[in-house]
Unconditional design. Structure first.
Length: 243
């Protein structure tokens, strides 16, 4: 799974890197080194007025199921829907409609994962995982709009995950689905509704080779802690890092 991640880039940096020529937010989000469920996040999607253009938007992390009717229940449900499994996303009622036509890319500076007892690290040891090239990680996602009683519209999104591969499997059994640049237009196109085609877009050769991981302090465990220091490498002894 991906339960926390970091994003400190200015909106203008994301607009340039993700080739945004459509709409964008009025203001940048503040840097957040410990993004958690319900926090506002950036997503890349097609522009609502021109599907040939990419738009940058701000939504809430954790997809709200379309059938919910109570605002408090909807917000509480988000922590259970921050991730959607790539293997079953096209079948799960919460996610299947969004998967068909409301796909997005979620840019991340890096994400955190906690070691499970199945790996070779102490259980619950946190790791920070980021791109080897130092850039943004383009993570596959889905988004949706939910109308609250009273008319308020809440837009929300989920990160898509897959079975962990390579050395990442030594930390946790799941990892995000990374979306290569040459697949962005196909992935974001709401007219592309063929399930098998969409599932094929989520299959990337050696996805674990895209990232590098290192152990970090347990201070990241608390959402109240929020600074770049959360991503700092700590010493564990042997083995200290993965790759």
């Amino acid at each position: 799974m991906c339960g926390r991640y970091a994003q400190s880039a200015d909106m203008r940096e994301l607009i340039e890197q993700f080739e945004v020529s459509g709409s964008s937010p009025a203001h940048s989000l503040p840097a957040n080194w410990n993004i958690a469920a319900t926090n506002p996040i950036y997503i890349l999607r097609v522009d609502s007025d021109d599907h040939q253009k990419n738009a940058l938007a701000v939504v809430s992390w954790g997809l709200i199921a379309p059938w919910l009717r109570d605002l408090n229940e909807a917000k509480a449900s988000q922590s259970r829907a921050i991730n959607a499994r790539s293997e079953s996303i096209h079948q799960k009622p919460t996610f299947q409609e969004a998967f068909k036509s409301r796909r997005c890319i979620i840019p991340a500076q890096g994400y955190y994962e906690w070691a499970t007892a199945l790996g070779r690290f102490a259980p619950k040891q946190p790791f920070y995982i980021s791109a080897k090239n130092g850039g943004q990680l383009p993570i596959a996602g889905i988004w949706s709009s939910w109308s609250a009683p009273g008319g308020a519209l809440i837009q929300s999104a989920s990160i898509i995950t897959q079975e962990a591969q390579g050395d990442l499997a030594e930390i946790h059994s799941r990892m995000p689905v990374f979306m290569p640049h040459d697949r962005w237009s196909q992935w974001l196109n709401p007219e592309n509704r063929e399930v098998e085609n969409l599932r094929a877009l989520m299959v990337v050769d050696s996805p674990a080779s895209i990232v590098i991981a290192h152990p970090v302090s347990s201070t990241v465990n608390s959402v109240n802690n929020n600074s770049q220091e959360l991503t700092a490498r700590i010493e564990l002894g042997e083995p200290e890092t993965l790759f």
